[in-house]
Design a protein around this ligand. Structure first.
Ligand SMILES: *Cc1c(COP(=O)(O)O)cnc(C)c1O
Length: 373
């Protein structure tokens, strides 16, 4: 690669993270969330590995993502979390999540037309305020259960703040799902799988695990518990048992000696304070290396932390390499990962860019050239 960012994806780390999730989930089914190209790690390769590890379900956001997995030969059950396309649900043997009666009716018609029975999961809104049946959830589910051709195998909900140290709202959501389960049971509706636990809940709220867990970020080696400003961190490093799956690197394509007082990059926001060695990295915001990192990030070169100098450009970023010995054109620049005794993870980048590791992984990982190790 002469340009851009290369993502090295450790499938071994992915397998280990799954094993840790299995320990916490204590025998419950694992629904591995691989939406957004597996959080930027490459959904096909990640799903292939998870399938080999015997994961019970994969989950994508949209039907098109699930179709891509089927076309790549993935056979595991796939849950489509949002906006299922009725035709493709049947053609690709997918499990839709139904969050309104209209979708239930479309899927039922399609099931009748094809003379088939469809396994579905139902989404209820217990406090996320995004998707799902809400005020009359019990009656709505009873209605959906009467639609011909639909077999309700799961009922799910989603947490809005299971990552906070204050669990009170999350506990209300759990109680709300429990009482829904109770009410449905009394009506003779007994879906096999109730699930609500995302990564934060798997780590933080064991009582949220119900019959299945839905980890996303944990699989990739991170937790929202350590992810920055608005999130209250749980004391101690809870998640040291997880291993980051992705490392990211770019190439140093030019080295230049600049005299003290020389401005660097757009807007002259960086001016050398001494005779300096400035390097040019072949990656910029078009590669997902956010413009927020202008004068506001460190990367690793020859095992040393070095600062970004000036504004990040579209395809290029300048680095102050004055303190690095023996640096050469063609050297690797590590954006996320380990080099020598130094390391940078996606949480550090997230803090600097005022965001969460999820956004760092998806925005840097998705466009990256990927190498699986
Ligand atoms: C993304 C997502 C998850 C996974 O969340 P993490 O915080 O990454 O574990 C689980 N369930 C639903 C509905 C999601 O959209």
């Amino acid at each position: 690669m002469d340009r851009g960012i290369t993502a090295e994806i450790s499938l071994e780390a992915l397998s280990q993270n799954l094993a840790e999730i299995r320990k916490l989930a204590g025998g419950r089914a694992v629904i591995a969330v691989v939406k957004a190209d597996a959080y930027g790690h490459g959904a096909v390769e990640v799903s292939r590995r998870l399938e080999r590890e015997g994961v019970e379900f994969l989950a994508t956001a949209f039907t098109s993502e699930a179709r891509e997995l089927r076309e790549a030969g993935i056979n595991s059950p796939i849950i489509v979390l949002f906006d299922p396309d009725p035709g493709d649900i049947f053609s690709y043997d997918l499990i839709p999540v139904i969050s309104d009666n209209k979708t239930a009716s479309h899927l039922s018609s399609e099931a009748l037309r094809r003379g088939r029975e469809l396994i579905v999961h139902i989404k209820v809104d217990t406090g996320m305020g995004r998707m799902g049946l809400k005020d009359n959830a019990v009656e709505d589910i009873i209605d959906i259960a009467r639609f011909p051709g639909l077999l309700i195998d799961g009922v799910m909900s989603h947490f809005s703040e299971a990552d906070l140290a204050d669990h009170s709202f999350a506990v209300r959501q759990i109680e709300s799902l429990r009482s829904l389960r109770q009410a449905l049971k009394q009506k003779g509706i007994r879906p096999r799988l109730y699930h609500i636990a995302n990564s934060a809940a798997i780590i933080n709220l064991p009582e949220a695990c119900f019959d299945a867990v839905r980890p996303g970020i944990m699989l990739y080696g991170y937790s929202s518990l350590q992810s920055g400003a608005e999130v209250v961190s749980v004391a101690g490093n809870h998640v040291s048992f997880l291993r980051p799956v992705m490392s990211l690197k770019a190439r140093l394509i030019r080295l230049r000696r600049l005299c003290s007082g020389t401005p660097v990059s757009y807007g002259r926001t960086f001016v050398t304070k001494r005779d300096s060695l400035i390097g040019v990295m072949a990656a910029g915001y078009a590669d997902g290396f956010s413009r927020c990192f202008s004068n506001n990030a460190e990367v690793l070169v020859r095992g040393r932390r070095v600062p970004v100098a000036g504004r990040v450009c579209m395809d290029l970023t300048m680095l102050d390499l004055t303190d690095v010995e023996d640096v050469a054109e063609g050297d690797d620049v590590v954006i996320v990962g380990r080099q020598g005794s130094e390391s940078i993870d996606a949480c550090e980048c997230a803090l600097r860019a005022d965001t969460i590791p999820y956004e760092i992984l998806t925005s840097l990982g998705r466009p990256a050239h990927k190498v699986y190790i």
